[in-house]
Design a protein around this ligand. Structure first.
Ligand SMILES: Cc1ncc(COP(=O)(O)O)c(C=O)c1O
Length: 423
């Protein structure tokens, strides 16, 4: 990491000049503000559109026009096995075996399907642990699962509380809680990166502790997939799920993804089943009995949306081309550290970064608390072409993304923010 940052614009331009990934910025469509490119920092919400996505989607449109139903077998990339064409790149992005991942469905629905298999309350071991400020959909999902199993969210849901500041939860406090209540905890479901604070949890440590204590472990990787360098196979949580519209740039409402660790494949687990999870050799014999595929694919239900898979395939090809998460994470660490440096150099007491300072405890996002009791600063930067996002009551989230943000973007953003803070 470059620790000798400078506040000069020439320094930012110089970093862009030597950035080995700089060419990737030109592979994305960046929304305009007036005549210029906006300063886009919301890859944590909706990633930008790769220019090649249109080509991948029009290939499917063309094959549909040419072949009709026969496109299932005759399309350039046949639709029948189309989801398999993303498996390798997807597995690489999350550090899994190909057999452990599948692109399917949508995030919240997938979390429910995974909990059907992995939240199995029994006797007094029935509690779910989730972090404070988890994304609301996850909280609704776990509470409704508890109720579905006849439990009471008031007593069966443990919300991990931050220990010092009002946002950050230490791993030590998580490990302590798991050990204290191991006989009552059935499932830990944590966001790998918290959507609000930007805190990245030590997933390896949490998964390991859960295994030692016989607790099922799952991660919501909505803010981690395509952001951190994940090693899911090695860390060995039981399951994980993510969406693909944030850092994976697969478009609004994109097809999501799941990970099921290899040790659960081919096991007789409870599961909600559908024909796309059935043995491919015999699927079209249309028999009445379900034979699961011996991989994460067994969790699929329906034949998947090919246009969405095409968009995901387009985007994942860029991840592969850029040399994968090792290269992206390297730039990401520099870009976010530079953002932090520039924010600290604004010298304003009106802002505070609530995301952890340690590089290993965060991804690309910094969450900036604005100590003014209204949205005026956020509104002012928006007028100047910054696309960031506001989370009530007082946080601006900014996520410089290594595939398409430049160091100069970060420089310009901090100048605009400094001006807005002086108003
Ligand atoms: C951490 C997290 N979990 C769940 C969701 C909900 O996702 P979906 O609407 O795709 O189910 C989001 C959406 O942004 C999220 O950030």
């Amino acid at each position: 990491m470059n620790l000798n940052f400078s506040t000069e614009i020439g320094f930012a331009k110089g970093l862009d000049r030597i950035d080995p990934l700089a060419e990737y910025r030109n592979k994305f469509l960046i929304p305009k503000h007036n005549q210029n490119k906006s300063l886009y920092f919301t890859g944590n919400s909706l990633g930008l559109q790769p220019k090649i996505t249109a080509q991948y989607i029009s290939e499917v449109l063309g094959d549909w026009a040419k072949y009709g139903v026969e496109g299932h077998l005759m399309a350039q990339k046949p639709w029948l096995p189309y989801h398999e064409f993303v498996a390798k790149d997807l597995a690489n992005v999350v550090g899994a075996l190909e057999s452990e991942v599948v692109a399917m469905g949508s995030l919240t629905a997938n979390l429910h399907f995974l909990m059907v298999s992995f939240y199995r309350p029994e006797g007094k071991k029935r509690k779910i642990v989730i972090e404070k400020s988890a994304f609301p959909s996850d909280i609704y999902a776990v509470k409704s699962q508890i109720k579905y199993h006849g439990g009471n969210p008031e007593t069966d849901l443990i919300i991990l509380q931050p220990d010092k500041s009002d946002a950050i939860i230490s791993e030590a406090s998580i490990i302590k809680l798991l050990n204290e209540q191991k006989d009552e905890i059935a499932l830990v479901l944590i966001g790998g990166v918290n959507y609000y604070s930007g805190q990245a949890f030590d997933m390896q440590m949490i998964a390991l502790e859960c295994r030692k204590l016989d607790i099922v472990c799952g991660f919501d990787l909505a803010h981690a997939a395509g952001n951190l360098k994940l090693e899911l196979h090695e860390w060995a949580p039981d399951f994980a799920a993510w969406c693909s519209y944030k850092y994976l740039n697969a478009g609004p409402g994109a097809i999501a993804g799941i990970f099921i660790h290899q040790r659960h494949h081919g096991k007789d687990l409870p599961r909600f089943e559908g024909w796309w999870g059935h043995n491919k050799e015999t699927r079209f014999l249309m028999g009445p009995d379900f034979e699961p595929i011996n991989s994460a694919e067994a969790w699929q239900h329906s034949n998947p949306p090919i246009f969405q898979l095409a968009a995901l395939r387009a985007s994942l090809s860029l991840f592969a081309g850029a040399g994968g998460m090792t290269n992206l994470r390297k730039k990401s660490i520099e870009l976010t550290s530079y953002l932090e440096f520039m924010l600290e150099n604004i010298g304003s007491k009106a802002i505070e970064i609530i995301t952890p300072k340690e590089v290993s405890k965060r991804g690309c996002q910094l969450s900036i608390r604005v100590k003014k009791a209204n949205k005026s600063v956020y509104n002012a930067i928006t007028k100047e072409g910054v696309i960031a996002d506001w989370r009530e009551p007082d946080v601006i989230r900014v996520a410089p993304v290594p595939l398409y943000n430049s160091f100069e973007d970060v420089y310009q953003f901090t100048q605009i923010l400094a001006k807005a803070l002086k108003k």
